[in-house]
Design a protein around this ligand. Structure first.
Ligand code: SF4
Length: 370
C-alpha cells in the first residue's frame, strides 16, 4: 500500500485525507455503533463516557470487584486517576514490564480504532508488552480517533511519516476481542504441562470527551480531524519560544473548556499560518483560530482580547516593512499607549514579525454558538 501511496502527489493525498476525515465525522454515530457492535460480538465489554467524570466512573466499574486494586496507566492525558487510594493504586509501566509488580489491570489509550473491523490499534505503545501479564485490560478510545477502514489508516500513517520521519511505526498491534494469556501453574502434576491459560477481560470505554458541541458546529468540526502527527507543534513559533501546547490542542481545549482557557488563545498564537501550511490533513488553522477568538470575544466581551485580535490582523501590514527599527517604531506608535499590549508585542516581536505572513483574513461579524 505504501508503494501505491508513494505515487500520489502530496497535495492530492492531503485532500484525500481531509475528505476521509470529513466523511467519517459526517457519519460518526454510524461508525461508533459499528465498533460497539463488532466488539460486543467478540465478547468485549463496551461502555461510553461523555466527560472526565464519567470516564473515571466507567474505569472504576471495569476494575475487579475488590476493595483494593492495583493498576498501571498508559494514558495520553492522565498521569493519575482520581479514583481514591482505597480503590486504585497505580504502578509505573516499567514495573510490570520488568516483572517487579503484578497488577490487576492495565488501563491504556488506543491510538486508533477501525470501524469496519472493530479493531483497536496500538502504535509503539510500551504497554503492549504487558498484555499477556495482566488479567484485565481497560482500553480508553477517544472517539475522534476512529478511522473507517484499514486503507484509511494506511493513508494517515503514511502522512504522519511524510511530515515526520520519526513517525514510522515500529510496532503496530490490532486488538478486537478478548484473548487468552498463559499463566504458570502453582502445582505441577504428572499430567500438567506446567502452565494453563486464562482469559484476559477486555473492556473498552468509548470516550466522548465532550466533543459533541464541536462536532455539531460545521466550522469547528475540522479541529477533530487531527491525526496527532505533532507537526503543528514542531512549526509553531510560540511553542518553540515559550513551550506549551500545540495549536490544535489550543483550539480544542478552548472549545472544550472556554471558561478556563479563554485567554490562552490570544496569548499563544501569532496567527503566522505555519501550522496551516504544515498540517497533513489540511486543517485551516488560521480560520479556526480566528473563529474561536471571535467566539470567545462574543461570549466574554473582553476588551483586551478584542484589541489583541484587531492587532493580530494588522500584523500583515507591519510585515511589509523589513526594517526592525521601523517595525519597532510602528509597534510603539500603534500600541505604545497600552502598556499591556506594548509589552506583549515587544516580547513577541521575533516570532511575530520575522514570519512571512500570507494570511490577512479579516475577522467576520458572524455569531458563534458552541
Ligand atoms: S492538527 Fe497538528 S497534530 Fe493534528 S494532524 Fe494537523 S499538524 Fe498533525
Amino acid at each position: 500500500m505504501d508503494q501505491e501511496l508513494n505515487n500520489i502527489d502530496f497535495q492530492e493525498l492531503r485532500d484525500k485525507a481531509y475528505m476521509l476525515r470529513y466523511e467519517l465525522f459526517d457519519d460518526l454515530e454510524k461508525h461508533l455503533l459499528k465498533i460497539e457492535e463488532a466488539l460486543q460480538k467478540n465478547g468485549v465489554k463496551v461502555s461510553w463516557a461523555q466527560d472526565e467524570q464519567s470516564l473515571y466512573g466507567e474505569i472504576a466499574a471495569c476494575l475487579p470487584q475488590s476493595s483494593y486494586n492495583t493498576a498501571t496507566l498508559d494514558l495520553d492525558n492522565f498521569n493519575d486517576l482520581p479514583l481514591g487510594d482505597n480503590i486504585l493504586n497505580t504502578y509505573p509501566l516499567e514495573d510490570i514490564i520488568n516483572h517487579h509488580q503484578n497488577v490487576d489491570t492495565l488501563i491504556v489509550n488506543a491510538d486508533y480504532a477501525i470501524s469496519s473491523t472493530g479493531e483497536m490499534v496500538f502504535i509503539d505503545r510500551k504497554s503492549q508488552h504487558c498484555f499477556n501479564k495482566i488479567s484485565n485490560l481497560v482500553v480508553v478510545l477517544n472517539i475522534d480517533q476512529i478511522v473507517a477502514s484499514h486503507e484509511d489508516l494506511d493513508v494517515f500513517l503514511y502522512l504522519r511519516q511524510c511530515v515526520n520521519q520519526n513517525n514510522v511505526p515500529k510496532d503496530l498491534k490490532f486488538l478486537s476481542k478478548s484473548f487468552d494469556r498463559v499463566v504458570q501453574d502453582d502445582f505441577q502434576t504428572s499430567n500438567s504441562k506446567g502452565y494453563s491459560t486464562e482469559q484476559v477481560n477486555v473492556s473498552v470505554i468509548l470516550y466522548e470527551n465532550n466533543i459533541t458541541p464541536i462536532l455539531r458546529n460545521n466550522r469547528l468540526r475540522d479541529a477533530l480531524f487531527c491525526i496527532k502527527c505533532g507537526k503543528c507543534m514542531d512549526v509553531c513559533p510560540v511553542a518553540k519560544v515559550a513551550g506549551g501546547v500545540s495549536p490544535i490542542e489550543l483550539v480544542k481545549s478552548t472549545c472544550l473548556n472556554p471558561a478556563s482557557h479563554s485567554q490562552d488563545i490570544f496569548q499563544k498564537t501569532t496567527l503566522c499560518g505555519n501550522c496551516k501550511e504544515a498540517c497533513p490533513i489540511g486543517i485551516n488553522f488560521t480560520d479556526l483560530l480566528i473563529y474561536v477568538m471571535n467566539m470567545i470575544n462574543e461570549k466574554t466581551n473582553n476588551t483586551k482580547s478584542k484589541k489583541l485580535l484587531s492587532i493580530i490582523h494588522k500584523r500583515g501590514k507591519l510585515n511589509k516593512y523589513n526594517s526592525p527599527i521601523l517595525r519597532w517604531y510602528l509597534v510603539k506608535k500603534m500600541f505604545g499607549k497600552n502598556r499591556v499590549l506594548f509589552d506583549y508585542f515587544k516580547h513577541q516581536k521575533d516570532t511575530f514579525f520575522n514570519l512571512a505572513n500570507k494570511d490577512n483574513t479579516e475577522p467576520s461579524d458572524e455569531s458563534f454558538e458552541l
